[in-house]
Design a protein. Sequence first.
Length: 128
Amino acid sequence: MEDITKLVGVFVSLFAIYKVVIDLVLAHSSKRRDEYAFTKQYISDLHTNEEHRYTLEKGFFAITGKLYSIEEIKLLLSQSTPSSSISQRGTIGNFVTFSQESQKYSWKKNTIRTSYESMQVLGFLYVI
């Protein structure tokens, strides 16, 4: 009788694990489909210029978690690999600034000095 209880427990556990795995896989695929639909609608809204700028900025924030100006968003999305461009822009963070007039990026003035000072502080902490 004890062996049957253990066997039933094993089957119930395997079924529960199977259900959790299937739910996770289906949840990820539906999340990707929802993200695709949202992104497609967002890009359509971005090119029609009918949406308010705030709404467009918040839409990009919903997709990427980053808040940029509309001009910068359009520049990033116009690249040959927009996903890579957005990822790289997020990586460089506060080291560059975007000029809306020239549609170009430039290094912030104190970036090199700040980076050098940061390296000095890290070196100092390493020595300690």
